[in-house]
Write a protein that binds this ligand. Structure first.
Ligand SMILES: Cc1cc2nc3c(=O)[nH]c(=O)nc-3n(C[C@H](O)[C@H](O)[C@H](O)COP(=O)(O)O)c2cc1C
Length: 209
């Protein structure tokens, strides 16, 4: 097939597609305009139903195969992860015309250095979410932010946040599969990489789109 010059270098190159996938994923950490900044994160509830929600991607480690997110330790997703660590993450980058679907197992970390550092380096405004008086998802009789009235519309001071640290947790997803779909009129390209623990390496293959 004759490919137009505008085709990306990774179009028919599995290794370069893998590099591009990690590039798109990692761009979400610092670039707020990147679609990977707000992926859909899927967990499984007690009835086996997939539950999706948007979360902000905070950190990526390609070496450790981890994606890091922050959440309320009292949230419904936190309980789902404690019961079943199976998690998936979905990104669609419309400019790149690339969908990335990942799956893995989640570690929930509410105490220790990782969570302490993530807490102290988050902005006071971001940490205000964790000041909700009752757990996220709790039914309420009236419309409510859940926040104490005295902090509504204000940015908390450092000392006002101390008591709420226990509501904060880090969600680290250890990625085991990465599926790639690149859309092109001339023919889509799809690939799957699976982590091979015994070989300590990713094993990739093209798939029929
Ligand atoms: C743009 C956007 C960003 C969000 N970021 C987060 C986040 O980083 N962490 C989080 O726990 N919830 C985040 N949420 C809220 C979740 O999508 C979800 O509504 C909430 O966490 C409750 O989910 P759960 O009941 O499954 O625990 C975000 C929502 C939106 C729309």
């Amino acid at each position: 097939m004759n490919k137009p010059d505008s085709f990306p270098v990774y179009y028919d190159d599995l290794a370069l597609s893998f590099e591009e996938a990690w590039g798109i994923i990692a761009a979400g950490v610092n670039n707020r305009n990147s679609p990977s900044h707000m992926p859909a994160v899927g967990t499984v509830d007690a009835f086996g139903v997939p539950q999706l929600r948007i979360m902000i991607l905070r950190d990526v480690s390609r070496d450790a195969r981890t994606l890091r997110f922050h959440t309320d330790s009292r949230s419904i997703k936190a309980e789902q992860i404690r019961q079943n660590p199976a998690t998936s993450v979905l990104i669609y980058d419309p400019a790149a015309k690339v969908q990335i679907r990942m799956s893995g197992k989640t570690h929930f970390t509410a105490t220790g250095n990782l969570a302490d550092t993530a807490w102290s380096t988050s902005t006071p405004f971001a940490r205000r979410c964790y000041m909700a008086e009752t757990a996220p998802g709790t039914p309420c009789a009236k419309p409510s932010s859940g926040l104490p009235e005295w902090i509504e519309g204000k940015q908390p001071e450092e000392e006002q946040l101390v008591d709420y640290r226990a509501n904060f947790a880090v969600v680290s997803i250890i990625i085991e599969t990465i599926e790639w779909l690149y859309l092109a009129n001339a023919g889509h390209r799809r690939a799957l990489w699976q982590w091979n623990a015994s070989q300590n390496a990713w094993a990739g293959s093209w798939l029929i789109p």
